[in-house]
Ligand binder design. Structure first.
Ligand SMILES: Cc1cc2nc3c(=O)[nH]c(=O)nc-3n(C[C@H](O)[C@H](O)[C@H](O)COP(=O)(O)OP(=O)(O)OC[C@H]3O[C@@H](n4cnc5c(N)ncnc54)[C@H](O)[C@@H]3O)c2cc1C
Length: 455
């Protein structure tokens, strides 16, 4: 079968290599170039490419199963496998410490060696259609015929918009972020960690995260309400560093004796969640000849680092359907049913949780009139030891968010006593604004409004 893939990001490369390995003739089209021999890999097609990423165990497991060569290349490039102690589950594989750049270089360079997979630089303008089905792509104005088109164009892909119904769930979640990458100096120990992959601190009105990558690289991420316009100025190094000094845990991580910045401050943008099924605009369950995967289906905010895991889980399912003999032309239909059961719950979980975090950042109390969002159920485990053992499936993504339902009443009982999770030490958001303004004044920065682009 001839297969054309829109996008050679994690989804396009993974599905492309797996399908080529099954004997198909595969071309993956990407508007970005591959990694340069040396220096920074520019990836304008993936806005988050240089931003903080953590990789869950599902990613390494999927590679081990379908593409061990890419896993080996990733490990060779420095990816560090880690384990977690999960409540009720003991010690489990937790994922890999790695920068996204390191991960994707490993995939891309391995993809270049896969027989039957060709990566073509170009822009997929749209699809070729005939008799109500998709039969190829238009790349830079020229036709590329295919029996199946896989849309792996990511969260901002637009090339099948004329055929595919829009997202049904999600939208901007009211959070924006900014981050910076650092490297531990030789011999320095990491700062505080909540788990082997990350440090997370919830402060009054905002959140800070540290993702530990490979070989001592780490990223500091500051997450704030989108509507707090003054905090857009965190994109200035002087402001970012001043806040790092003011939050005790971050001060430890970014102490110049311990670590040095290796990138500029990387402004992110408003974050979003989205679920987009396979239905066609004309109401059919799918457009024959077309299937969408990865972020093009399920986009979640990075707070829990789920995107590449949900992407690879989808691809394993798509492959399982094809391996079982499903007609490739309409494989999108059973795939859609699976995604609704297994992917949509993660997006819905983020929509509920992220929206409620933003509401609480603005001073709202825990809302006991509806199901508690998952983060509050997890937090209540600090008060009721009966909750913790039920959270492992959710935390490890081995079970969907409904696995927390049985302990939601226990968490609710905790909040009904009036108990609330405390804030991590550090300035309140109002104080952060003052720290930012003072740092910019001291640095002589004339702050200007930053453009907003939803990711
Ligand atoms: C700030 C941020 C942090 C994140 N952190 C994490 C994390 O910690 N852990 C995690 O697991 N996930 C994280 N994610 C999510 C993760 O980045 C995505 O899940 C992942 O990129 C999805 O891969 P993809 O291949 O589906 O899409 P993408 O990586 O977006 O790749 C899509 C590709 O398609 C190409 N393309 C699109 N349209 C066209 C066209 N018309 N023609 C040619 N090429 C095209 C693009 O150039 C791109 O290469 C984060 C996301 C954000 C926004």
């Amino acid at each position: 079968m001839r297969i054309a893939i829109i996008g050679a990001g994690p989804a396009g490369l993974f599905v492309g290599s797996a399908l080529a390995g099954r004997g198909h003739d595969v071309v993956a089209v990407d508007r970005d170039t591959g990694p340069p021999g040396e220096g920074r890999w520019r990836r304008p097609g993936v806005m988050q490419f240089h931003h903080a990423h953590a990789f869950r165990a599902q990613v390494g497991r999927a590679l081990q199963q379908e593409w061990p060569g890419a896993l080996a290349a990733w490990l060779d490039a420095g990816a560090e496998p880690i384990t977690f102690d999960v409540p009720g589950m003991g010690t489990v594989q937790a994922g890999h410490r790695s920068r996204r750049d390191t991960f994707e270089r490993a995939l891309r360079t391995t993809a270049d060696t896969v027989d039957g997979l060709r990566i073509r630089r170009g822009h997929a303008d749209g699809v070729l259609s005939s008799d109500g089905r998709v039969c190829g792509l238009v790349v830079d104005g020229s036709p590329v015929e295919a029996d199946l088109v896989v849309d792996a164009s990511g969260r901002s892909g637009r090339s099948v918009d004329t055929l595919r119904a829009p997202a049904t769930v999600g939208g901007p979640c009211g959070m924006a972020y900014v981050d910076r990458e650092y490297r531990l100096v030789d011999g320095a120990e990491p700062g505080p960690l909540t788990n082997p992959l990350a440090w997370q601190a919830d402060l009054d009105g905002y959140q800070v995260l540290v993702f530990l990558h490979e070989r001592g690289y780490f990223s500091v991420v500051l997450v704030r309400p989108t509507d707090d316009a003054a905090l857009k100025d965190l994109r200035y190094a002087a402001a970012f560093e001043a806040v790092c000094r003011a939050v005790p845990g971050l001060a430890t991580w970014t102490d110049p004796e311990r670590a040095v910045p290796v990138t500029d401050v990387l402004p992110g943008g408003p974050l979003r969640n989205a679920y987009r099924g396979q239905r066609s605009r004309d109401g059919r369950p799918c457009t024959p000849g077309l299937v969408s995967v990865g972020d093009a289906v399920a986009t979640t905010t990075p707070i829990f680092g789920r995107g590449v895991a949900t992407t690879f889980l989808q691809i394993l399912q798509l492959l399982a359907l094809l391996d079982a003999g499903t007609d490739p032309a309409v494989v999108a239909e059973p795939f859609d049913a699976w995604c609704e059961e297994n992917m949509l719950p993660w997006v819905a979980d983020h929509v509920a949780m992220d929206g409620d975090v933003v509401r609480r950042w603005a001073g709202g109390d825990v809302d006991l009139t509806r199901r508690l969002p998952s983060d509050l159920i997890l937090a209540a485990a600090a008060r009721d030891p009966g909750i913790g053992p039920a959270t492992g499936g959710y935390l490890s993504m081995l079970q969907t968010p409904s696995s927390l339902d049985p302990v939601e009443p226990l968490a609710r009982a905790v909040y009904e006593t009036g108990w609330r999770p405390g804030f991590a030490p550090g300035p309140r958001r109002e104080e952060v604004r003052e720290i930012v303004a003072a740092a910019l004044r001291a640095d002589g920065v004339d702050a200007t409004p930053a453009p907003a682009r939803s990711t």
